[in-house]
Structure formats: C-alpha cells, structure tokens
Design a protein around this ligand. Structure first.
Ligand SMILES: NC(=O)c1ccc[n+]([C@@H]2O[C@H](COP(=O)([O-])OP(=O)(O)OC[C@H]3O[C@@H](n4cnc5c(N)ncnc54)[C@H](O)[C@@H]3O)[C@@H](O)[C@H]2O)c1
Length: 374
C-alpha cells in the first residue's frame, strides 16, 4: 500500500504534495523509486530527516503506533494507515503523542469519501431517518485466499498483525459504522479463529451490538465466504435505508413509526411507505487521493480533516471488543477496558505455537483488494 501511495504522489495525483523520501526495512522495495527520492532503511532516520515535513505510515499494524509516535515527537505531520493501532491502549498512546496541534494528524479512512456512505451519514446524522432502531451490516465480500495470508510473515498472526478481518479489512467498515450510527453501548462478539484458512486469528465474525437508546445492531464479516455480500441496512423511526450493490434505497414511512404504533386504530399493517432511490453524494474521485488532498489542504490552508486520526480509536475499540467478548464469553460494555484487552492480546502472543511456512509473494491486483459501496 505504501508503494501505491508513493507512486500516486510521483504520478502527480496528489496536488501540493511531493515525495522526497521513502523507507523500508527491505531495501529492494525501494529500488524502483527515482534517484532524487531519498531512501532510508530505518523509520528513525526518515522521521529525523529535514527533507521530510509529513510522514505516511503504511507498515504492518504495530508499527503504526511506534513509528507514528516517533514522527509526531519529531514534529512531523502524520497520516497513518488504518487501523491507527492494533489495540485501544496503543491507540491512546499514539493519540496522546499528538500534543502539538499545529501538526496535522490524519488517518487513511479513505472509504469515508465514498459518496454512498457520505449520503447515509447525512441521512442518519441529519435526522432524516429518525431515531436509530436497528443496524445490520453483513460485509463478507472481503475474500482472501490462503496465498494472501502466506504472502507476509506478519500477516494473520497475533504477534505480527494483532488479528485478521477485524484488524485488516474491517477497520473501514467499523469506522463507517460508528461514523454513521455512533458507538454502541455493549458488544457481544462471536469470532471464529482460522475457520476457513490456515491462520491463528479471526476470519469470521458475528457481533451483536446494543446502543444507549435501545437500538440493536448485527455486524457480520468474513474473508472465507464466496460469493460475499455487502449489505448495510439501517432502520430508524422514519423507515429503512438499504445500501447494496452501490444503490441506496430509502423506504420512508409517511409518519413516524412510534407515533403510528401509538395512534393507529388498526391492529395490523404498518404506516404507508414511500420508496425512494437516493442519489449518492457527488463523487470526488479516488478515495486515497481524496484523503491525501485533504491532508495537504489541512496542513497548508487549515482545512478540516475528513478523518482526524483521533477518531480512529473507535474502530480499534469496536474490533477489540468483539474479540474480547468472544474470547471471554461475555458481553463487553463500552468504553472498553483497554488494559484488559492488551493483556489478553499479550497472552495470545505468548501462548502462540503457530508457525508460518516460508512467505510466498502475493500476486494479483492491489486495486481489486479495495471494497467500496459500488
Ligand atoms: N487504506 C487502504 O485501503 C489499505 C489497503 C491495503 C493495506 N492497507 C494498510 O497498509 C498497511 C500495509 O499493508 P500492506 O498490505 O501494504 O503490507 P505489506 O506487507 O505488503 O507492506 C508492508 C511494508 O512495510 C515494510 N516494513 C515493515 N516494517 C517496517 C518498518 N519498521 N519500517 C519501515 N518499513 C517497514 C515491509 O518491508 C513492507 O514492504 C497496513 O496497515 C494495511 O492495513 C490499507
């Protein structure tokens, strides 16, 4: 992903941003870059360089916290890939390092720029859907083959990645879920470890959520189901929103459902419904480029961030809570005890006897790995 980000800067797709340096602990990865781009084999050297004003961290997940903290302490602007950290305690450490607010700190929650999710947020947060009643998101079109998990020593291990579908693919969905519907009050997770792949971490998740107002939610994610589905359904007091196959449909009740329930003289039948095809918000082009452009606009002009990194703690907490709940067979109340999850993760790392076979290079189109509403 870091190579793709660097290449889009080199190709001039990111206005007002210039690639001055790259860093990788595997030097061959930096071979293709032009000679005027500085190369560093340690992140310490890169964040200390005067040639660098802003740092993009696209390493394996644990590095987001350590390299991110070093970059902020060195006075750099920072854009960190998702998830902002592996677990909530680390996310808080990273956020706490952002003491100089003149430095911009953003996260690559690029799917926030997808016009469909922007429109859903507008309808829910703007009150058009009425009070939240239920949200169901089944997002199982994140299929990954065994070859994918074998492609990097860090992948799909507690020690290297810290989790699987909740840590790598679903940070986008979990971020959107809380961005659109807010954070639930409790989480009950059921996570299956290595169910469809030879891995030690979760590749299939079902979670039941409850919100402070009594609304309920179900979140289902998997990387081993095919053909997968991506269907988001949000019910409110004014009807139901459905996003599937790139189409938003609003089944809008003529009157508020709770009022109809109280006042209807009939025993059966619900309120009249208007079925509306909702056009998505205006498309702004490439999702990653949109976040980069916004990052540059924030640094140079003070533009508000689309994805302030501080908000990244919520998706980390949701994913952690699903794992914690599943492994302790309990319902987790939010805000979650960050130290408890950190201890659980450390224990999983310490007890792991999973041995990866020699890493095979990943093949295939990176572009096909992204998952948008379309
Ligand atoms: N936003 C998105 O749409 C999106 C898509 C894919 C991946 N990602 C994120 O990008 C990050 C990287 O994922 P990937 O699939 O590119 O992994 P990858 O394994 O293909 O690449 C990671 C690179 O980081 C290098 N690296 C490891 N430790 C390092 C260190 N300490 N300092 C410098 N370089 C180091 C590795 O040598 C490797 O080249 C992850 O956080 C992932 O979640 C985001």
């Amino acid at each position: 992903m870091g190579t793709a980000h660097a290449n889009s800067m080199l190709a001039g797709k990111v206005p007002r941003m210039r690639l001055t340096a790259v860093c990788d602990i595997v030097p061959e990865r930096m071979q293709p870059f032009p000679p005027d781009v500085l190369r560093f084999d340690s992140s310490e050297a890169l964040v200390g360089s005067d040639a660098v004003d802003a740092v993009v961290v696209a390493t394996p997940h644990y590095g987001h916290t350590t390299i991110g903290i070093a970059a902020l302490r060195a006075g750099k602007h920072l854009l960190v890939e998702k998830p902002i950290s592996v677990h909530k305690a680390d996310a808080q450490r990273l956020i706490d390092a952002h003491t100089d607010k003149s430095r911009i700190f953003s996260a690559m929650f690029c799917v926030r720029t997808d016009p469909h999710y922007r429109k859903l947020r507008e309808l829910v947060q703007g009150g058009e859907l009425g009070e939240l009643v239920r949200v169901n998101w089944v997002v199982t079109n994140w299929f990954r083959s065994q070859r994918y998990y074998d492609s990097g020593g860090w992948r799909a291990t507690w020690k290297g990645e810290g989790g699987c579908v909740l840590l790598n693919q679903c940070p986008h969905n979990l971020d959107l879920l809380q961005w659109i519907c807010g954070m639930p009050a409790t989480v009950r997770g059921f996570c299956n470890l290595g169910k469809r792949h030879r891995i030690e971490v979760e590749d299939e998740v079902t979670a039941y959520l409850e919100y402070a107002n009594g609304a309920t939610g179900v979140f289902v994610a998997a990387t081993g189901e095919a053909p997968g589905v991506n269907r988001l359904e949000i019910c409110g007091d004014r009807g139901r929103l459905v996003l599937e196959n790139g189409v938003i449909t609003f089944f809008r009740t003529e009157v508020p459902v709770a009022r109809f329930c109280r006042e209807s003289p009939n025993a059966f039948g619900g309120p009249a419904v208007w079925t509306i095809d909702v056009p998505p918000a205006r498309d702004g082009g490439g999702m990653h480029q949109a976040i980069f452009k916004n990052f540059a606009d924030a640094i140079l002009d003070g533009a508000p961030l689309i994805a302030p990194a501080e908000e990244g703690i919520h998706s980390v907490e949701l994913g952690n809570a699903m794992l914690l709940s599943s492994m302790t067979d309990t319902t987790v109340r939010l805000p979650m005890d960050a130290a408890r999850f950190e201890a659980l993760l450390q224990n999983l790392i310490a007890q792991s006897d999973f041995r990866k076979e020699a890493a095979a290079p990943a093949t295939g189109d990176l572009g096909a790995s992204f998952n948008t509403a379309r």
